[in-house]
Design a binder for this molecule. Structure first.
Ligand code: FES
Ligand SMILES: [Fe+2]
Length: 428
């Protein structure tokens, strides 16, 4: 398609862009968003274009592609992406789209290959994306160099892989530095995925995030999680009791002595990292609060590390304990459909059936994920009603939701303005 006709097609979203800017400018702060943000097809397409195709997304862990030729795939809306460990040991990311006639190239979630070979007509690419073989029929003048895989921006740090489909993604250096620092004690080159799950929630991705950003609902909803989880993680939290503050002081002295980072770090509203104690007497997010894996992570000497919490907007939250970690990835599938992938990480040398039982390890977050799925789905159903109107967030219990919605609104306004300059004027 030539760029003229593409521009005309894109213009079909122009009224939705203008309406979105207007709604964001007029929204009531500290209130949930107007209905279309949660259920409208056009607004979903804008979320994908302006957030998921422009921001840095948590894609997976470097331990999932430990050796050259290991790959994982993910779909960013309509955009399949492949992430592969190259011959040089580096992590590469590409649009997972063959340069012959556009077939999806790698068709499984993960795997290991010597070369990336398209299953359709066997065009063959090096792990760094160069086209090596285009069949025998393209003529001797065919320029292989013009048909390499299209790269996707990729960054790794602290065991994390981030991708961005933007040509010029936002700055990420501070996050990479923080992840390297906070995760150094976990020796992320020596972890493995013990078990993973993906659940589809019939809810907009923002409802999934909103639900995660508060624990106002925890008391009524999460009996398993509340065996170990503190409902807040900051001594400045209005709910922090003297007993909590004393526990934090005691644990922080321990962590300090072990050289393990714990201070609260905020990088704008997009990232937040902090270590917080679990409930007194518990050390892990398991049913009984005791370690779910006998072998501790990295160089840790004690299972009693509280929980290192890491937030990355728009699509990840994480808990690192002494014995295992749980990482979460959120990917939108439709206006009212979202997939949440959970991975439980343990030391690479931990032996299944000896050091850990996967069924036991996953129990708390399987239960919690399912409870959160129901909450998000019921939230969606109510929002779809003509009886819905934006409601007020609690500043005490839901400041995390306020932060997320403010971040989202700011990113949308800025990105919409940048991609359609006339809309920027409207913001002025
Ligand atoms: S589409 Fe990939 S080889 Fe033909
Ligand atoms: Fe929850």
């Amino acid at each position: 398609m030539d760029s003229m006709s593409l521009a005309r097609l894109d213009d079909s979203l122009a009224p939705a862009r203008e309406a979105t800017v207007e709604m964001l400018q007029q929204r009531r702060h500290h209130f949930s968003l107007p209905q279309p943000f949660y259920n409208d097809e056009r607004l979903f397409r804008l979320d994908m274009q302006e957030i998921f195709e422009k921001e840095w997304l948590f894609a997976g862990m470097t331990c999932e592609i430990p050796a050259k030729g290991n790959f994982i795939t993910l779909d960013v809306g309509d955009n399949p992406v492949v992430i592969v460990r190259g011959n040089d040991g580096k992590v590469h990311a590409f649009h997972n789209v063959c340069r012959h006639r556009g077939s999806r190239l790698c068709v499984t979630d993960k795997g290991k290959v010597a070369k990336l070979v398209c299953h359709y007509h066997q065009w063959t690419y090096e792990l760094d994306g160069r086209l090596l073989f285009a069949g025998s029929d393209m003529g001797k003048d065919f320029d292989l160099g013009a048909y390499g895989l299209k790269p996707v921006q990729v960054q790794t740090a602290g065991g994390y892989i981030f991708v961005s489909l933007a040509d010029e993604p936002p700055a990420i250096d501070e996050l990479l530095e923080a992840l390297d620092r906070y995760l150094a004690p976990y020796d992320m080159d020596n972890v493995k995925v013990a078990v993973e799950s993906s659940i589809v929630e019939q809810a907009n991705w923002k409802l999934v995030l909103e639900n995660n950003r508060e624990c106002y609902h925890c008391n009524g909803a999460h009996p398993e999680l509340l065996n170990s989880l503190q409902e807040f993680d900051d001594t400045d939290d209005p709910r922090a009791t003297p007993a909590y503050k004393a526990l934090v002081a005691r644990k922080q002295a321990d962590w300090e002595a072990q050289g393990v980072p714990f201070k609260l770090t905020r990088l704008g509203r997009r990232n937040r990292l902090t270590r917080t104690p679990l409930l007194n007497g518990t050390v892990s997010m398991t049913m009984d609060g005791q370690p779910g894996c006998k072998k501790l992570m990295g160089r840790l000497q004690s299972p009693d590390m509280g929980s290192l919490r890491i937030l990355h907007l728009p699509n990840s939250w994480n808990h690192y304990m002494g014995d295992h970690a749980v990482v979460f990835r959120v990917m939108p599938l439709g206006p009212q459909k979202t997939v949440v992938t959970t991975k439980w990480l343990v030391h690479k040398d931990a032996v299944e059936g000896v050091d850990y039982d996967p069924a036991q390890l996953r129990r708390v977050w399987d239960a919690t994920n399912d409870q959160d799925r129901r909450l998000a789905e019921e939230n969606q159903r109510g929002i779809n009603s003509k009886g819905y109107e934006p409601g007020p967030y609690s500043e005490t219990f839901e400041f995390g939701v306020i932060d997320f919605i403010d971040w989202y609104s700011e990113r949308m306004l800025e990105n919409l303005g940048n991609s359609a300059p006339h809309l920027q004027l409207a913001q002025g």
